[in-house]
Design a protein around this ligand. Structure first.
Ligand code: TRP
Length: 473
């Protein structure tokens, strides 16, 4: 008997390809002829849907001018980029849209799955906990294989968490905390071990910094990470420079991955060129290795089958598309992923917050006064120019950075919804909205600073020593 998907495959992949090409042409024509926006949107929607179907049937991404190839599975899912698309990769995040990156489109482009209400409800059922507001509000919005993690978990088969940070400076900003706040919630909700990679090697290769500086930033950043409240009995934090050299098992996995990924593939995925140093070219294998449990024998013994779940911002996905592609070829399970949106810059959601631009960032070291000044001075406002206009027409929370930050940090759903309504109706003025944000951020950052002060060198050493962790396997 033939299954439905097999029938679909027989429906001539070439036909699908031709229809898609024609639809691409239609969209272009509508745009050039300045057709009504509804018509363009409808045509783009159809195009996106056809791309998803095409991907499902062929396992390949649609590329204009490249008919489907039998048996060739492209791992560069991001190759279907079109002019005007948002740019999202480990080094650049930018869009021309004030509302920020179009995340639904990104899901299609990257070939991941949306975190829908059903998945959020399922996480609530399985953990018996109210899902974190990052899940409830779509801040973690996309995933790969999360249902599989939950299926196994329900059958008492546990998993481990892996996340990381590139220590490029001592100064961490509030956006950097997002994956760690969420990972801490996951660790508590599922009661699982966690490994945190500090890629001091990566920052040495990419930035104009010495090895000593990168390593020092790694240790300093570890303090901010520890201050998020991780359980020392269940968490291993490591610097690549230290751990790689001391762990034969980790290095063996790095080499295995290196053997199974070609230069062509990393060029396609990361855009490396012939003049990039070979350190950069082989680095993705180092970010991939922690996805496999036998990279940590002190934690998992020789088990290579403990599945990994990686919470990260969506710009890190290219690393893990590569990892998921090699995993079955070297006999390991593919890591699952939970992707977050970006934390917008103060100046607007066209870019993410960047530590190298002091005015775009709220740092974890800022004083209450600095926070107040930065928000008042720099936070992009969706309000109207005058109070009269604002009262009459209301503000736009969708482009307002203060409102966006409140969706990240104000925990009370009802209060947030009231702010949204009052701001939209004009009852709440921009100054008042900013005041809400300032009053949310100030105590949060002061609390962080107090927790960080309690992190001693001894504590850091404990977290960063390879050792057994306590968990139920
Ligand atoms: N490359 C990441 C950065 O520059 C750091 C990182 C390493 C990471 N491993 C990770 C991030 C796993 C998320 C998940 O910040």
């Amino acid at each position: 008997m033939m299954s439905e998907s097999e029938t679909a495959t027989d429906l001539s992949v070439m036909d699908l390809y031709n229809h898609l090409t024609a639809q691409g042409e239609t969209v272009r024509n509508l745009k050039t002829n300045k057709a009504p926006k509804v018509d363009i949107d409808a045509a783009v929607q159809l195009l996106l849907k056809m791309k998803v179907d095409y991907k499902q049937v062929t396992g390949q991404d649609y590329k204009a001018g490249c008919p489907p190839v039998d048996g060739l599975v492209s791992i560069d899912n991001d190759s279907a980029v079109e002019e005007g698309d948002d740019q999202v990769d480990p080094w650049t995040v930018s869009t021309s849209n004030a509302k920020g990156v179009d995340y639904d489109k990104l899901i299609v482009r990257f070939g991941s799955s949306k975190i829908d209400q059903e998945l959020v409800d399922r996480i609530a059922r399985v953990t018996g906990k109210t899902p974190h507001h990052f899940l409830r509000r779509g801040i973690f919005f996309s995933h790969r294989d999360m249902h599989q993690i939950l299926d196994a978990y329900e059958k008492q088969k546990s998993f481990y968490l892996y996340t990381g940070r590139g220590p490029s400076s001592e100064a961490m900003h509030v956006g950097h905390l997002i994956p760690f706040i969420f990972t801490k919630w996951l660790q508590d909700a599922f009661d699982v071990p966690l490994v945190i990679q500090l890629t001091d090697d990566e920052k040495y290769l990419w930035k104009d910094l010495s090895q000593e500086e990168c390593h020092r930033y790694a240790v300093e950043n570890a303090k901010d990470i520890i201050a998020c409240g991780f359980d020392v009995n269940k968490t291993f934090i490591f610097s690549d420079m230290d751990y790689m050299g001391s762990s034969p098992s980790f290095y063996r996995n790095v080499v295995k991955i290196q053997k199974h990924v070609t230069f062509n593939q990393v060029k396609g995925i990361f855009g490396f060129t012939d003049s990039d140093c070979i350190g950069k070219i082989s680095f993705p294998a180092i970010q991939a290795a922690p996805s496999f449990s036998n990279s940590f024998p002190q934690i998992f013994g020789d088990r290579k089958d403990v599945q990994c779940l990686i919470p990260c911002a969506i710009d890190q996905d290219p690393y893990f598309r590569m990892t998921r592609d090699v995993a079955p070829r070297i006999g390991y399970p593919k890591p699952a992923l939970l992707h977050s949106t970006f934390f917008p810059a103060l100046q607007g959601a066209q870019t993410k917050m960047s530590a190298s631009d002091a005015n775009s960032s709220i740092f974890l070291t800022d004083t209450p006064k600095q926070i107040k000044n930065k928000v008042n001075k720099h936070a992009f406002s969706g309000g109207k120019d005058t109070v009269e206009e604002h009262r009459k027409f209301g503000g736009n929370p969708d482009v307002d950075v203060s409102f966006m930050y409140l969706t990240f940090f104000l925990e009370d759903d009802e209060q947030l919804e009231k702010i949204r309504q009052d701001y939209s109706s004009g009852a709440l003025l921009t100054g008042e909205l900013k005041k809400c944000l300032i009053e949310t951020l100030q105590p949060m950052i002061t609390a962080h600073q107090e927790k960080r002060k309690l992190v001693t060198d001894e504590t850091v050493k404990q977290f960063m020593s390879p050792r057994k962790l306590h968990f139920n396997s």
